[in-house]
Design a protein around this ligand. Structure first.
Ligand code: 13P
Ligand code: SF4
Length: 319
């Protein structure tokens, strides 16, 4: 049977984007062909900001469900397409609204900060949302004696507590990709490449974070690579980001940090990698699947996202 080639899909996607006034927003963990076809590629914070500030009628989100839902929360008037609805997130799944209600009841009087990698129900319960780019700034914007619950990532939560020294109790959730980096493997790699810079996402476990020359979000890692030209880098986050690193600093050598448990896909996020060019083509053509959320739930979830934008000095933009 005749099947379209990637180049034909890409040409058709570009045509449909014009005809339908659609934009493609892609996370750095997407495959290179998807990053290259996107109108905007970014980390979670920049993507949320872009979802708030664009003139398109349709946003096609090349990322995972919580990101597409965040775009819908911020821009409820737009149609938000997600090419595969099973593109979930192990971290978001690690905190249910029902369990969190019990946790809050057992720990009253605390401000709830939810990492953006959480479900819309959790966002609706939160006082403020944060991303890995602004978590420290968000926490430090609060009075020093304010007591905090941080959900759902135990590693990002511990990192934030170490950095700020604040009274934070942390939900016991994690990302299966970032918890799978091997500290021993990184130490061995450093012996092979003396002087290599180790870049670590704060969703990684403490022993891996201890090895970091830089700890931060994907966007933070890219800024580091841009400043710190011509080095070897061991990258402890989903390896999709290496595509942009090579563009920013082509002289650099980039080595994906080794995994503890060797998965066939290395340390790729299986959810992120569910999105393909073919699925983007079909999704844009049929204008489905799209994100549908209850309007009251969205309104409740929008408040803590807007509070994050305010603290981060990000204009809320067009709605
Ligand atoms: P950032 O791109 O915000 O660093 O997030 C990493 C991540 O795990 C997104 O799923
Ligand atoms: Fe979720 Fe982890 Fe995949 Fe990011 S890398 S989308 S946190 S499962």
């Amino acid at each position: 049977m005749w099947k379209m080639q990637n180049a034909e899909y890409i040409a058709a996607i570009n045509r449909m984007k014009q005809e339908k006034n659609a934009v493609i927003l892609a996370h750095y963990y997407q495959t290179p062909d998807i990053q290259d076809i996107a109108d905007f590629v970014g980390d979670s914070l920049a993507l949320a900001q872009k979802a708030a500030c664009n003139e398109a009628e349709i946003i096609l989100f090349a990322g995972v469900k919580f990101m597409a839902e965040t775009a819908k929360i911020i821009s409820p008037g737009k149609k938000v397409l997600l090419p595969d609805m099973s593109a979930g997130c192990s971290l978001a799944d690690s905190c249910s609204a029902e369990d969190l209600k019990k946790f809050i009841a057992a720990n009253p009087g605390r401000t709830l900060i939810a990492y953006i990698n959480s479900t819309t129900e959790i966002k609706a319960m939160a006082d403020i949302i944060c991303t890995s780019s602004n978590v420290i700034r968000i926490i430090e914007s609060l009075p020093e004696n304010e007591r905090i619950i941080f959900v759902p990532d135990r590693n990002l939560g511990s990192y934030a507590r170490e950095k700020t020294g604040r009274d934070i109790i942390i939900w016991d959730g994690a990302c299966h990709v970032h918890e799978n980096f091997s500290a021993e493997g990184i130490i061995r790699l450093r012996d092979v490449y003396p002087g290599a810079r180790v870049l670590v996402h704060p969703e990684c476990e403490y022993p891996v974070r201890q090895l970091a020359d830089f700890t931060g979000s994907t966007a933070g890692m890219l800024e580091f690579v841009e400043r710190d030209k011509n080095k070897t880098y061991i990258v402890a986050t989903e390896p999709g980001v290496i595509h942009q690193m090579k563009k920013i600093n082509p002289e650099g050598k980039y080595i994906a940090a080794p995994a503890k448990i060797s998965l066939t896909s290395g340390n790729e996020c299986n959810y992120m990698k569910l999105i393909t060019i073919e699925k983007i083509y079909n999704c844009l053509k049929n204008e489905e699947p799209f994100i549908e959320l209850d309007s009251e739930l969205m309104a409740a979830a929008r408040k803590p996202v807007e509070r994050m934008f305010d603290i981060s000095k990000i204009p809320a933009g067009s709605r």
